[in-house]
Design a protein around this ligand. Sequence first.
Ligand code: NIG
Ligand code: FE
Length: 411
Amino acid sequence: MKSLAVLHASQLVTVAGPRRPRVGPELSELGIICDGGMLIRNGKIEIVGSSAEIENHAGDAEIIDARGKVVLPGFVDAHTHLVFAGNRLDDFERRARGDSYEEIAKAGGGIWSTVEKTRAASESELLAQAQKHVDWFLRCGTTTVESKSGYGLTLEDELKILQVMRRLKQETPLEIVPTFLGAHAVPREVRADEYVDLVVNEMLPRVTSDSLAEFCDVFCERGYFDIEQSRRILNRAKNLGLKLRVHADQLSNSGAAKLAAELKAGTADHLEKIDSQGIATLKSANVQPVLLPGSVYALGSTCYPPARDMIAAGLAVAIATDFNPGSSPTASMPMVLSLACTHMKMSSAEALSASTINPAYSLGRGDQIGSLEPGKAANFSVFDCYDYRELAYWFGFPQAHSVYVKGKKAY
Ligand code: NIG
Ligand code: FE
């Protein structure tokens, strides 16, 4: 593989720093190099520095001229539901008429309607649709996504979704981190307790013996899985060697954030309804919050999670798209940056750390991705602007110029 030399970026945003997630004022330290460059060999970053320094070492490397452009670490999207069939246009229309997420679910829409379509789809149909989703992520500058199952809700259908993720990982440039979310909803045909038994006794052992997931997640929420059921599933997952993430305190303050802390989960996600006690509990167990403003926006709510309180408490905040057909149909991390700044009062710099290095740590990959530093994978994007703050400022249209994964052009 030929070496690459990136030269003359108006800003090379390295996000270099300590070998751990960023907290407090560290979130604002981006390690920007003006007229910056990078030398890349065998898919890894070898040198990061001024363009003059890189030119000295470039030899016969292929040159990427980033003049007038910003170079950033590829976004790491730590919460997505990447694989599903169809869409939820009916829900979208109902919401526009004023119905709530819960009302729509009761009336036959919601997660269940996507489950029916996903069960009916073959593995190759799901793969074809998911390849389109992968393309959307890459075009927005995202190079790694966490991806949850959860629209199958039978052993067979959950395995089918996880197999699609495995194939996407092999067949597309996007790096995919699989999460088992069998406990996304209770399927219509069984009682809740029977379904929890199925997840614990059949699904989790099979998913782990086939090495199909790294993480286990549960939708811990009124009408989905309560604290006791969630605890049972997550404990079993942990015993089988999976790391934990939790959909917590999204629609109600159910104490799920506290459960995440009790079980030493890696992340607690959503947290729109968390209170100050919940925040303190997350801090005491070093759980990373993953905030999903795209779902607040798309549900037409104004209840954004209290990011400022979390940053003040010293939590290593991450932001993510929550890409899914129901509550957050976006693959755009720049849109999420815009929402984080406009509605959660994060600065552009904080939002950038929260979409690169912090989610990388939340996925157990902080030493490999999430910043532009020697030794890390050459996952980066080139944006058609002079200043990184323009990413969150201009909104609603694409600004990515090109995107590289392990030194190879992916868009
Ligand atoms: O993260 N909260 C649960 N799961 C998704 C919604 C999934 C759906 O509506 O299809 C979420 O918002
Ligand atoms: Fe989600």
